[in-house]
Unconditional design. Structure first.
Length: 589
């Protein structure tokens, strides 16, 4: 009888827990649905409105349908975010909107790459042609924030605030010592002296080749940064270099002394100035609209226009299969390219790439679709913050490649990492293996023993073949000899302005320039832009990868800033197949 009640009690408890989980699940879905009510309602601006640009948010490739963004471990975890092109279209509309009197730019630490920030900054400079004022204010500016703010007519800083202006640095992590302590050997097969993705696993510091390329691209990014600020603030570049080198700007008063800001103001003083700029006199409150809400009111184009330019967004790591909105699945993206090619109403294609690469095979699958499409209609590639290695591979067949001067690109090379856990398993954990095989190379990719010289030679042959194919693709797409491509390849990373000089890209230009180029080459003047692929519905995202998000959420909670280290080691261990990938996670501080 006791056993009977025990099982009954366990069943009841299980039933109650299941009901609770179902209720929570339904509540989350209901909350998402409620959050979308009124979402399609367009914002109507009234007279004397200030466009409020809070740039302390994620500036992404596309504005997400973030129904669950504020739900822990179910959403993106980014909170508010906006697609850079939606933001730029909003600024373009505001330029001619009589109700928008000025822009209030509030930014301390924007979450975006260097090329994306340049897109936004250039849009602010274009907005200023309307003779409407852009006013920037913050309690503190990091370097990316100040880069944006320096485009404003007036730059204000809190009297007790601070401004970061110290130059750029790129810090790389090396895991060799940790792997040795664990008894793990990273067996490396690669092509290219500059293909340094493998260096963290076999070195304790940068090789001379790697230091050369890192110095070149960090210096290139810094020069773009300094040049823009010098032009907007009317300060000599040499002076700006000196301010940073000598760490001259530490306090708010320093920023004012060296003319980096126009004044020191408290928030209430800034609000009063904004009221005057917008024509709100007396005790009237400031009338504002956020850039996120305003962007939703921008029309996606005249649907009566027959001709279309398709923009295909490819963002994230390159993998086989379907991928997601945060990764480039070769099946999904190649299908979208094919769909655009076969649609007679689409006159041109813009391939928007923001990727450090990934699977070499998946990159080639998408390259093929670009190559076929170019024979039918114009294909223009627009490279974002980074389009390197596999990201460069998939776009190299385009008719023309547009980059920003601070885009990271190139990295034409291939590598493979095969971990050897024998020492860890045998000598540290006491685990041994034995096997039976029907062929000499049946267990060639075993991670429980070291590679034999013959196995290493076979894998090196595969690597060389993929690299030779990569060179062939680039030579064909760029109208160069393989020898000429090889001289600037070898895994080397370039900034956009240097890529134009050495022929890896065609033009310096923004995203809209690429769209206009596609239309011009197609011979169309009246067109509308259509975006592919369709964004994955929030509920589908919730159902498809909730488990992964939960795992990532708790890993981030436990590891904090060390999550990046964990992520890099995991990526190196789990990446299957030969990789055409950027050398490392590039972070510029």
């Amino acid at each position: 009888m006791r056993e009977f009640f025990k099982y009954v009690f366990a069943t009841v408890v299980g039933f109650v827990i299941s009901i609770v989980l179902v209720i929570i699940f339904c509540f989350i879905i209901l909350a998402g649905i409620i959050s979308t009510i009124g979402k399609d309602k367009k914002v109507e601006t009234t007279a004397n409105t200030v466009l409020f640009m809070n740039m302390d948010q994620a500036i992404l490739e596309r504005t997400p349908d973030g129904k669950f963004d504020n739900v822990p471990f179910l959403g993106s975890g980014l909170g508010k975010s906006i697609g850079f092109h939606d933001l730029i279209k909003a600024l373009e509309k505001a330029k001619t909107d009589d109700n928008i009197k000025c822009i209030y730019l509030n930014v301390s630490a924007p979450m975006a790459g260097k090329a994306t920030l340049k897109e936004v900054r250039d849009a602010l400079l274009d907005f200023k042609k309307s003779k409407k004022t852009v006013l920037a204010y913050s309690e503190l500016y990091n370097q990316d924030a100040y880069y944006l703010a320096s485009a404003a007519d007036k730059v204000y800083l809190n009297p007790q605030g601070s401004m970061e202006f110290k130059g750029f640095s790129s810090e790389l992590m090396f895991f060799k010592g940790a792997l040795e302590k664990l008894g793990v050997e990273a067996q490396i097969i690669r092509v290219g002296n500059y293909k340094s993705a493998v260096e963290p696993f076999i070195n304790e510091k940068m090789s001379d080749f790697n230091r050369q390329q890192v110095s070149a691209y960090v210096g290139g990014l810094y020069d773009v940064f300094i040049s823009a600020i010098a032009d907007s603030r009317k300060i000599a570049k040499d002076s700006l270099y000196a301010y940073a080198n000598n760490y001259k700007i530490q306090l708010a008063n320093d920023a004012l002394t060296y003319k980096m800001v126009d004044g020191l103001r408290y928030k209430d003083e800034v609000i009063e100035e904004l009221k005057k700029l917008s024509g709100r006199s007396g005790k009237k409150t400031l009338n504002t609209v956020s850039i996120n809400d305003y962007a939703e009111s921008v029309s996606s184009g005249d649907y009566s226009t027959k001709d279309k330019i398709a923009v295909i967004f490819a963002n994230g790591d390159i993998i086989g299969g379907e991928g997601s909105d945060e990764s480039i699945g070769s099946e999904r993206i190649s299908r979208e390219i094919r769909k655009a090619r076969q649609d007679s109403s689409i006159k041109g294609i813009v391939l928007r790439i923001n990727s450090g690469g990934g699977s070499a095979l998946a990159s080639d699958v998408m390259w093929r679709e670009v190559e076929l499409s170019r024979k039918v209609k114009p294909v223009i590639a627009s490279f974002g913050d980074v389009a390197a290695s596999g990201g460069y591979y998939m776009g190299v067949a385009a008719d023309s490649i547009f980059v920003q001067p601070n885009t990271i690109t190139g990295s034409i090379g291939v590598f493979g990492i095969i971990p050897n856990f024998q020492n860890l398993l045998n000598n540290k954990l006491g685990i041994t293996f034995d096997n039976v095989k029907t062929g000499k190379y049946a267990d060639i990719m075993s991670t429980y023993r070291p590679l034999t010289p013959a196995e290493r030679a076979l894998i090196q042959t595969d690597i060389n073949h993929v690299y030779d194919t990569f060179l062939t693709r680039v030579a064909s797409g760029r109208n160069k000899t393989k020898a000429a491509v090889d001289s600037i390849a070898g895994g080397r990373v370039w900034v956009g302005r240097d890529a134009v000089k050495n022929g890896l890209a065609d033009r310096l230009g923004n995203f809209q320039d690429a769209i206009n180029a596609a239309a011009k080459k197609a011979g169309v003047k009246d067109f509308r832009v259509v975006e592919y692929p369709d964004k994955i519905a929030p509920l589908n995202q919730f159902l498809s990868n909730t488990e992964d998000k939960v795992r990532v959420y708790f890993a981030k909670e436990e590891l904090g800033d060390n999550y990046l280290i964990y992520q890099q080691i995991k990526k190196a261990v789990l990446n299957s197949g030969l990789q055409a990938r950027l050398p490392y996670e590039i972070r510029i501080n």
